[in-house]
Design a protein around this ligand. Structure first.
Ligand code: GLN
Ligand code: ZN
Length: 751
């Protein structure tokens, strides 16, 4: 057998690419310097793969921002407004990714979307009727030339035409099928150029094949590849898929003249069954995704070897289940981790070694490797907490049922709070200004005492409570000055979580996140938000909203453990947050918001799995958090995307009293859906976009409110911004919120 990976992280072990790119944007280094840093990073990645004895090294997975944007720009899918800026290639590329502004121009960035079920985001290509798809950019060829200096076993990769056409947004009257000929010609031109290189394989990434495919999708795919594979090529072509199995198109795929097919055996539940049922052609190579590209745990060799031995394919390359882009670089950088945990971790570098180990084991070159791995796995000590397990075992349906019913609670709460029509509130955080971050950093570096740190935050709370009262808000927040991150902050106060120092994973462009690791049973160590919330409440007669992150979001933005089902981990987190909810209630907090910003994120890619694999435990976990509160306690939740059109009933079933969500950028289209579904939860559709520094005028907000009230009854509507204000400046936020309150008052005057 031979080995390879689908792709490697590129931000750099110490986020070198991030730092260099941001310097370039600030004009602190020039383009040549940025390109040099990039080349160094690429060469280092390739050498790592060569040193790990991989049979093929991956070229083409590097990107300055995003691989979908790389492919789109390589094939001239570039809206005119960017071309008109007259920039060089790289600057034009960044303009598409980030927007561009100078004295004479102002263009927005193309939108970004989540990459399948990951926390990575890609740039959505935009195609209009004039888009002239053709091969125009030799970035990949340059990378191949660079790699060829030191390596001769190159596998180049590019995002495929089917996926590009499926992910693009069509702004004219044409659609994907109108561009088949053009895109095939464009990729065929790339083939011709690649014929002049010495690459062994071209990996064409087609992850869109793992979705539920319609007859039209299948036809589109077949059309593209029947034509494209007719182009003479002197390298092998591997159709690479990941994030699931390709059950809807497997039979077609094996009939097409691909030289290799890459299947995911980790998330692809039916991959093995498909091969068993329909066979795998002897003249093709199977790239078997057997080492998990998303998790951070060591591979269990016995299981993987068993899997690989059982696959009835003649030629197998052992590979990763997806690009290693989704994992951090190197476990060795984590010098502070509990050694008991650390020995079970595998980041990108370690996964390269695992591929090599597996290869050796399968070739019977090294039985000690297997024995050592077996002993590691026979001795996993996740910190257990019997009290948590006990609590879970004793849960009954009552624990998930809030009484009385929501409609009854609604009248009880209206009487309790006596809020005006269209009650106003914000989503929680106020701007994290420089002084707030400095205070945190001083405390972290032991330069100020805990008392000093707390006192600073208390002063901030006092100031923002006064500001909100004066501005005229009805339900106040404490501002979230004590947290830099809505998951890390809670994780740090829960048992069972571990934190890394350098385990960054790219989220988009130069942005990376450092997800905590769920390692043991989770429970609440101590009260988390009670002090801040009750202090804020002590300053005012208006209700102050408690502010928590929900269990599903904490789970989705962490690296989960895999020895227990997701449902179990989420339930543990839910119980910990339940403790906090009840504690807040006990301390006089009558409105509690439990953010589920990331609930939509891990919705399975196939609709048939939505409930059984996810919502059936995710929604109950949320209910478990709040079901024990008094009828007079009002539960809010918040979601960042309004893209839950398709799961509206499930959202209503969370049984919150109020939900706020982002709506201003999506034309309020969700409101029709809410109406059509008789949505019961009171709603606060965001009335202005906080993701931009722009200050909306009173009349603009007034109009949005009017649009909302055209469709929803005023007794059901709350008025709030889109999301938290933490990334904004104070000046623009205060100005926006003043216009916001004025708009609400204007509207109230008319009711
Ligand atoms: N309460 C959080 C805040 O205001 C919610 C953030 C989010 O939805 N991402 O910052
Ligand atoms: Zn949000």
């Amino acid at each position: 057998m031979t080995t390879t990976i689908i792709g490697f992280p590129r931000i750099g072990e110490n986020r070198e690419l991030k730092h260099a790119t941001e310097k370039y944007w600030k004009q602190e280094i020039n383009q040549a310097e940025l390109l040099a840093t990039a080349d160094e990073l690429k060469q280092k990645n390739w050498q790592k793969q060569a040193d790990a004895n991989l049979s093929f090294i991956s070229v083409g997975d590097f990107s300055f921002f995003d691989n979908v944007l790389d492919a789109a720009t390589a094939f001239n899918i570039i809206p005119e407004r960017y071309g008109e800026l007259g920039l060089n290639d790289l600057d034009e590329y960044f303009a598409i990714a980030r927007g561009f502004q100078d004295d004479n121009h102002s263009v927005k960035a193309l939108p970004m979307k989540k990459w399948y079920n990951t926390n990575y985001h890609y740039i959505v290509p935009e195609i209009n009727d004039q888009t002239d798809i053709k091969f125009v950019n030799d970035r990949l060829l340059k990378d191949i030339a660079l790699a060829s200096k030191d390596h001769d076993n190159i596998k180049a990769s590019i995002v495929g035409p089917f996926t590009i056409l499926k992910l693009s947004r069509y702004v004219g009257s044409k659609n994907a099928t109108d561009f088949v000929d053009a895109i095939v010609t464009a990729y065929a031109d790339l083939f011709k150029r690649l014929n002049q290189t010495a690459i062994k394989w071209l990996q064409i990434d087609e992850p869109s094949l793992v979705f539920d495919l319609s007859a039209d999708d299948k036809q589109l795919f077949n059309q593209i590849y029947t034509k494209l594979l007719g182009t003479a090529h002197e390298f092998n072509v591997n159709l690479q898929t990941y994030f699931g199995d390709i059950r809807d198109i497997y039979e077609d795929v094996i009939k097409l003249p691909f030289d290799g097919i890459g299947l995911d055996f980790i998330e692809g539940k039916q991959s093995l069954a498909l091969i068993n049922r329909f066979g795998f052609p002897d003249d093709k190579t199977l790239f078997a995704g057997a080492v998990n590209g998303k998790n951070i745990w060591r591979n269990e060799y016995t299981k993987t070897v068993e899997l690989l031995k059982n696959i009835p394919a003649k030629n197998i390359v052992i590979s990763t289940s997806c690009s290693l882009l989704h994992v951090p670089y190197n476990v060795e950088n984590e010098t502070d981790l509990d050694p008991d945990l650390k020995k079970h971790l595998a980041f990108a570098y370690q996964k390269l070694a695992e591929l090599n180990d597996l290869d050796q084991i399968l070739n019977h070159q090294n039985d000690d490797l297997l024995a050592a791995n077996e002993s590691l796995f026979s001795n996993v000590n996740h910190p257990h907490n019997p009290a948590v397990i006990d609590r879970i075992n004793n849960l009954s349906a009552d624990d998930y049922t809030r009484l009385p019913e929501r409609s009854e609670r609604e009248s009880i709460q209206k009487a309790e709070f006596k809020l005006p029509d269209l009650p106003t509130t914000t989503i929680g955080s106020f701007p994290q200004t420089k002084d707030v971050r400095k205070n945190r950093s001083l405390y972290k570096h032991h330069e100020i005492s805990k008392d000093q740190y707390d006192q600073f935050n208390k002063d901030k709370i006092k100031r923002i409570i006064e500001w909100q009262e004066e501005a005229g808000f009805d339900v106040l927040v404490h501002g979230e000055y004590e947290r830099n991150d809505m998951v890390e902050y809670f994780g740090e106060n829960l048992d069972g979580f571990a934190f890394t120092k350098k385990a960054w994973v790219q989220s988009y462009g130069t942005r990376a996140v450092k997800p905590p690791i769920i390692w043991g049973d989770v429970s609440r160590k101590n009260p988390i938000t009670v002090a801040a919330s009750s202090y804020a409440q002590s300053l005012t007669d208006k209700p102050v909203k408690g502010m928590l992150t929900g269990p599903v979001t904490i789970f989705n933005w962490s690296f989960p453990r895999e020895d227990i089902p997701a449902k179990e981990s989420v339930t543990q987190i839910a119980l910990a947050i339940q403790d906090e909810v009840l504690d807040l209630e006990k301390h006089g907090i009558k409105i509690i918001q439990i953010d589920e910003a990331a609930l939509r994120e891990k919705l399975p890619l196939r609709q048939s799995d939505w409930y059984s694999e996810y919502l059936d435990w995710a929604i109950p976990a949320f209910k478990l958090v709040h079901s024990k509160v008094q009828p007079t306690t009002q539960i809010h939740t918040h979601m960042c995307y309004s893209e839950f059109n398709d799961i509206i009933k499930a959202i209503d079933n969370m049984d919150a009293d109020v939900i706020s969500f982002e709506a201003s950028r999506s034309d309020l289209s969700i409101i029709d859906k809410l109406k059509a579904n008789n949505f019961e939860t009171e709603v606060g559709p965001g009335v202005y976009d906080i993701h931009s520094p722009r200050v909306p005028s009173q009349s603009e907000i007034y109009n949005v409110i009017s649009d909302i009230l055209d469709k929803l009854h005023e007794s059901k509507v709350w008025i709030n911004p889109d999301c938290g204000l933490k990334t904004r400046g104070e000046k623009e936020s205060f100005a926006s919120l003043k216009n916001f309150i004025a708009a609400v008052q204007q509207k109230r005057g008319e009711l």
